[in-house]
Ligand binder design. Structure first.
Ligand code: SAH
Ligand code: SF4
Length: 345
């Protein structure tokens, strides 16, 4: 029988596997010990976990593998954020970005190697899709960065490479593992899943009992502009997307939905953009997260000046919703949103 990848599993599933093979007869603690060792102390071999007898180590080794990504390089930016580059078993590359948030640490993870959606402003999109990641390949980004940086990762955002809602099963399983009580204990409330607008998956999410936050790459509120920037809009239209966001918002009353808006020079900072926001974004509470475009080579889109972004967002104030201007972490080390994978082009 082949070995099962340990980092794919929630503690309850580790129990089930061991129980199913009659290996729990020495008490259920073997599962907890192994789980705490791998997820809490970042052990890379079962033999390194303190307190596990040789017998238990042998049972675990006969059942599970501790497959891991290969850490290729780490790049630290001036703002203390760090970009981690990992090699996959089949040669692909994914990246994660560790972001300091006051006294805490948040990790931006990848859900796919590359991305199939081809947004015009995004370096990952220019790569095309190599493949989706498995749950353990998502979980291991968090484990390895925590181990390397010596920090407890407190929040996880799926804003790295890939479209998480085109890899739903693996992403949700990874979230279960990351929030497990004997593991990293990342609260689902501190996990954000960013989507470019895979409408049927948004509806499925709304109907589910997942507790992570979805955030939405609106990018532009003018349907024609969004269509030019995001080919996915040919499949799922603008109004369909807004309806899906509205239904999602209705399912979590009292919480604001985050909409990511990209500030692009001469394109998304006009009067018509303000009119479109006023016209289309009605009937649900939201925060507009304005991200000035991070330059991506091979694209003719330009980054606006700081003053232009500030002046435009000031004009949104009377509309009465919260607006944040978000400067991406680590731009000088190509770790900003949409820059992941830029070195692979
Ligand atoms: N595929 C998902 C998540 C990954 S992209 C999505 O599209 O939402 C994460 C965020 O980075 C998205 O909000 C996306 O709009 C933004 N982004 C992509 N390229 C960017 C760029 N060049 N400059 C600024 N933000 C960018
Ligand atoms: Fe894919 Fe998101 Fe980049 Fe679009 S913005 S190409 S969906 S990773």
């Amino acid at each position: 029988m082949g070995l099962i990848s340990f980092k794919d599993l929630h503690l309850d599933e580790v129990h089930d596997v061991l129980g199913g093979r009659g290996l729990l007869d020495r008490g259920p603690l073997i599962a907890e010990q192994a789980y705490r060792g791998v997820h809490g102390q970042f052990a890379q071999r079962f033999a390194d976990i303190r307190g596990l007898s040789h017998r238990k180590v042998a049972r675990l080794d006969d059942t599970f593998s501790l497959r891991a990504l290969t850490l290729e390089s780490v790049h630290e930016a001036d703002d203390r954020s760090r970009r981690y580059v990992f090699r996959l078993d089949d040669g692909g590359v994914v990246e994660s970005v560790l972001i300091p948030r006051h006294a805490r640490w948040s990790l931006c993870v990848s859900s796919q190697a590359g991305c199939a959606l081809g947004c015009r402003f995004c370096a990952t999109g220019m790569l095309g899709l190599k493949r989706s990641l498995e749950p353990w390949e998502i979980v291991d980004q968090v484990l390895q960065v925590g181990r390397h940086a010596g920090v407890r990762v407190d929040g996880v955002v799926f804003m790295g490479m890939g479209e998480p809602l085109q890899n739903e099963g693996a992403v949700f399983q990874a979230c279960r593992v990351l929030s497990c009580r004997e593991g990293l204990q990342v609260s689902p409330r501190k996990i954000q899943i960013s989507t470019a607008g895979v409408v049927p998956a948004i509806h499925r999410y709304t109907a589910s009992n997942h507790r992570m936050d979805l955030v939405f790459s609106l990018v532009s509120a003018v349907p024609e502009k969004r269509a030019l920037l995001m080919p996915i809009q040919k499949t799922y239209g603008f109004h369909e997307l807004i309806d899906a966001i509205r239904a999602y918002a209705a399912s979590r009353p009292k919480r604001h939905v985050t909409l990511e808006y990209i500030a692009i020079k001469d394109l998304t900072l006009g009067d018509d953009d303000i009119d479109a926001i006023r016209e289309h974004l009605v009937g649900f509470p939201f925060i507009l997260d304005v991200i000035p475009l991070n330059p991506v080579e091979g694209s003719s889109l330009e980054t606006p000046g700081r003053e232009e972004v500030r002046a435009w967002t000031e004009r949104l104030r009377p509309l009465g919703f919260p607006v944040k201007v978000r400067l991406s972490a680590g731009q000088d080390r190509l770790a900003g949103c949409g820059q992941l994978g830029a070195t692979l082009l």
